[in-house]
Design a protein around this ligand. Structure first.
Ligand code: ATP
Length: 397
């Protein structure tokens, strides 16, 4: 087993090697680069200190400014600074881990309000590097079940599992003073795959960001596994198994496949056996990644990067896996592979929410949701799900 022959690196130590972390008189960890100080916040990201940090989730009905995986236009100047941190290579795993939506649990107590997307948005755009020698031998593309594993694929279910895993009731949200969601309601049952469709700008990603705690909810209620999760932080969501695989993959191009996967298990990084077992599960789904563990993520194909992004999300052991636009930019044959693997993940007990523009995703769904201008306009199950005309009607405008 890989867990014995190829132990996972101690990421915390490696971060310490790559970045000169300092501690100020208040006990806050930080590092300096180009005259700018970057503070390590509670969510595991490093922020330039002069950047306006988003406010915590507001009480219901009040607009929030908590930022998400997309930077608000108004902060673009600072955003560029932080983006460069995310892609600089030396910029620290802590500063760039955000793309996996799996925040670190940090070494000391920090402010709990900082949560910016600025450090997470550019990782996939860096210039691809050449793969190291010996790592390019092709595996069968995304074939399933290449290696057996006995490790559990999902978090243990609680004794009394509610039938509904996620319930949204009249969710309102937006960015700054811009309202985007105008009362989104739906329910996703335990163990099903839901597909959320809609035109560009309909509010699909915004809905997902609310669910995974990356964006403040202005009004309404989110219930997850029977608990009120409306005001959960992103970290609380990850701890409870709500894991998002972001739009655009956002792998860390300058890091190896293995390191990208390890970042997905950041919160359990001390338990190397657990991390190794989880990695085996990921390799079961994505055997091609197993053969490319040392390859830099930036040199992977688009399909492979999507696999890596999903693998990284699986490393956090999701109970609810949200995959934003998995099919974007992929060839049809690869899209089919991706959807097939998502179906396998779902069969293994993970509830899935797919955000898609590709109606073909409905093939693996038990629930079809259609959004339009910040509202849920269709909710389709059973026979209605098979008839695509209702959906295409909305998507054709
Ligand atoms: P797509 O399929 O193109 O990703 P979507 O349905 O996921 O679209 P969202 O990304 O949720 O749509 O965007 C909904 C609206 O919110 C859009 O009008 C978009 O411009 C706006 N928006 C998204 N992110 C931000 C942000 N960080 N700041 C301001 N407005 C934003």
């Amino acid at each position: 087993m890989a867990r014995n022959s190829n132990p996972e690196p101690d990421l915390e130590e490696e971060v310490g090697d790559e970045v000169d972390w300092l501690v100020d008189a208040d006990g806050v960890e930080y590092f300096m680069e180009d005259g700018v100080r970057y503070d390590l916040a509670d969510d595991g990201y490093a922020y330039p200190v002069e950047e306006a940090k988003p406010a915590p989730k507001p009480a219901a009905s009040k607009p929030a400014t908590k930022s998400a995986t997309k930077a608000a236009p108004s902060s673009s100047a600072k955003t560029d600074t932080a983006k460069s941190k995310a892609t600089s290579g030396r910029s620290s795993l802590k500063g760039s881990v955000a793309a996996s939506i799996t925040p670190a649990d940090t070494k000391s107590a920090k402010s709990t309000t900082a949560k910016s997307t600025t450090a997470k948005s550019t990782a996939a755009k860096a210039t691809p590097a050449k793969p190291p020698a010996g790592t390019t031998k092709d595996a069968p593309p995304f074939s399933k079940g290449a290696a057996a594993t006995t490790a559990p694929r999902t978090a243990p279910a609680p004794a009394a599992e509610p039938e509904v895993l996620l319930k949204l009731e009249a969710i309102e949200s937006g960015y700054g003073s811009l309202p985007v969601l105008h009362g989104v309601s739906t329910e996703i049952r335990v163990g099903e795959t839901a597909v959320l469709l809609g035109l560009n700008g309909a509010g699909k990603t915004t809905t997902a960001l609310n669910i995974c705690g990356a964006l403040g909810t202005w009004g309404g209620k989110i219930t997850y596994a029977g608990q009120d999760s409306t005001n959960w932080t992103l970290k609380e969501c990850v701890q409870n198994g709500i894991i998002m695989c972001p739009e655009g993959r956002r792998v860390f191009p300058a890091l190896s496949v293995q390191r990208n996967l390890a970042i997905g298990s950041w919160m359990k990084r001390k338990d190397q056996d657990w991390v190794a077992a989880q990695q085996e599960i990921v390799f079961d789904y994505f055997p091609r990644l197993r053969q490319r563990t040392a390859q830099l993520a930036g040199s992977l194909s688009g399909g492979e990067q999507q696999m890596l992004a999903m693998g990284r999300a699986l490393m956090a052991q999701p109970r609810l896996l949200i995959v934003d636009e998995a099919s974007m930019g992929l060839a049809p044959v690869i899209v089919k592979d991706v959807f097939d693997i998502i179906a396998d993940i779902n069969k293994d007990g993970v509830t899935v929410l797919l955000i898609e523009q590709n109606v073909g995703a409905l093939d693996v769904a038990q629930l079809g949701l259609v959004m339009e201008q910040g509202r849920m306009v269709k909710e389709l199950r059973g026979e209605r799900l098979k008839d695509r005309s209702e959906v295409t009607e909305v998507l054709m405008g």
